[in-house]
Write a protein that binds this ligand. Structure first.
Ligand SMILES: NC(=O)c1ccc[n+]([C@@H]2O[C@H](COP(=O)([O-])OP(=O)(O)OC[C@H]3O[C@@H](n4cnc5c(N)ncnc54)[C@H](O)[C@@H]3O)[C@@H](O)[C@H]2O)c1
Ligand SMILES: O=c1ccn([C@@H]2O[C@H](COP(=O)(O)OP(=O)(O)O[C@H]3O[C@H](CO)[C@H](O)[C@H](O)[C@H]3O)[C@@H](O)[C@H]2O)c(=O)[nH]1
Length: 334
């Protein structure tokens, strides 16, 4: 299949393009390079364009005639979404609406959507199953929930087929060392803990140690990005047999606390992580852990690289990889 991958120059999108190509599909990346990297687009052409530019979308559809869409492109920082919510509604809600309008106009009806566990807000219990209430507690999560609503309505009205994949926390890097996470500024926990271990930032701040969790820090479900990529290929293939709108969690089913991440980084890297215990970050739920039974049932998917050590080791290796687009100029104190 020819697949239009919006946000394919980004972290999860680029790993998915690699997997698509390996499985015999042809990814076409549509990306404005706002947080993505040209050097991550290696598995098919790059169409440089913005989701909010309808003419650019029309040209991409007309030229490349995709059979399906995988829609990653979005602004994706919880903290920033609290500071600048309208950026998030404009890019994530406006962008998705524009993309769907173009897809309908060009007769493309199959779409995989990057949703998030952030749509659940503060769940009543974990692990979270897909039927539990969605009540986001930050604007980012709300934009993903609105995206799901739009897709649910569009599947009903225009005969589209959609799978919304609600990922928990993407982490780690390509196990062949070709790709990885490269955000500037970086806000995600694992790369920041590794940067502190390496000495490129003075210390890692733990956002809150007074949560109602076993050690007081937040608990998250960290999923290797290669497993996420594999799930996307399975999902786009599954659209051939799944009509309408389906939402599926992607996680390992195991939670790890922020303090546990720090301890694992210290063990894997054999370095000390300077830590500052700080206040809570606005918009953070205490614990998010997936029940991923539906992904196994509908996609035949289960994570293959779920061990936290594997995830952290791959992220650490990537941080030292010459292909890292932001790697030059970072100081290794060790
Ligand atoms: N990283 C995670 O843990 C996580 C978890 C759940 C969901 N998600 C979702 O997965 C998707 C990918 O996340 P990521 O971590 O790879 O982020 P990323 O920032 O690395 O990738 C996003 C890509 O989209 C592009 N983009 C953004 N706005 C665009 C626009 N208007 N037009 C064209 N391109 C645009 C960026 O340049 C970038 O290449 C996002 O939708 C995010 O919300 C991520
Ligand atoms: O410097 C930091 C950074 C993070 N954290 C903590 O580490 C945990 C993980 O934070 P991340 O920023 O790495 O990721 P989030 O849990 O905020 O992930 C959220 O944002 C992601 C997109 O960036 C996904 O959408 C995901 O589903 C959604 O839960 C949180 O408890 C956070 O408070 C710290 O303690 N210090």
């Amino acid at each position: 299949m020819r697949i239009l991958v919006t946000g394919g120059a980004g972290y999860i999108g680029s790993h998915t393009c690699k997997r698509l190509k390996a499985c015999g599909h042809d990814p076409i990346v549509f990306d404005n390079l706002s947080t993505g990297h040209r050097s991550f687009v290696r598995f098919g052409p790059l169409v440089e364009g913005d989701l909010n530019d309808r003419a650019a979308l029309d040209r991409a559809f007309a030229e490349h005639r995709p059979d399906a869409i995988i829609h990653f492109a979005a602004s994706a920082y919880v903290g920033e979404s609290v500071q600048d919510p309208l950026k998030y509604y404009r890019n994530n809600v406006g962008g998705t609406c524009n993309l769907l309008t173009a897809a309908v106009a060009h007769g493309v009806r199959d779409i995989i959507f990057s949703s998030s566990c952030a749509t659940y807000g503060t769940p009543a219990s974990v692990p979270i199953v897909e039927t539990m209430p969605q009540a986001p507690i930050n604007p980012y999560g709300d934009t993903k929930l609105v995206g799901e609503s739009m897709l649910r309505a569009a599947t009903a009205a225009y005969g589209m087929r959609c799978i919304a994949l609600r990922y928990f926390n993407a982490a780690g890097a390509d196990l062949d060392g070709e790709l990885g996470e490269a955000h500037d500024p970086e806000t995600h926990a694992i790369p920041l803990i590794l940067a502190a271990a390496r000495g490129t930032i003075p210390a890692f701040s733990v956002f809150g140690t007074d949560y109602a969790t076993p050690d007081g820090s937040c608990v998250r479900d960290f999923l290797h990005v290669a497993d996420l990529a594999d799930a996307h290929v399975r999902a786009v293939e599954a659209l051939q047999r799944l009509d309408g709108f389906t939402a599926i969690n992607l996680g390992t089913g195991t939670g790890h606390s922020v303090l546990e991440l720090i301890a694992t980084v210290e063990r894997v890297t054999e370095r000390r992580v300077p830590v500052v215990r700080g206040p809570r970050r606005s918009g953070d739920p205490a614990a998010l852990v997936a029940d991923a039974t539906l992904a196994a049932d509908l996609l035949g998917w289960s994570p293959r690289h779920a061990a936290l050590d594997t995830i952290i080791r791959s992220a650490w290796d990537w941080m030292h990889n010459p292909l890292h687009p932001l790697g030059n100029g970072t100081r290794d104190a060790g």
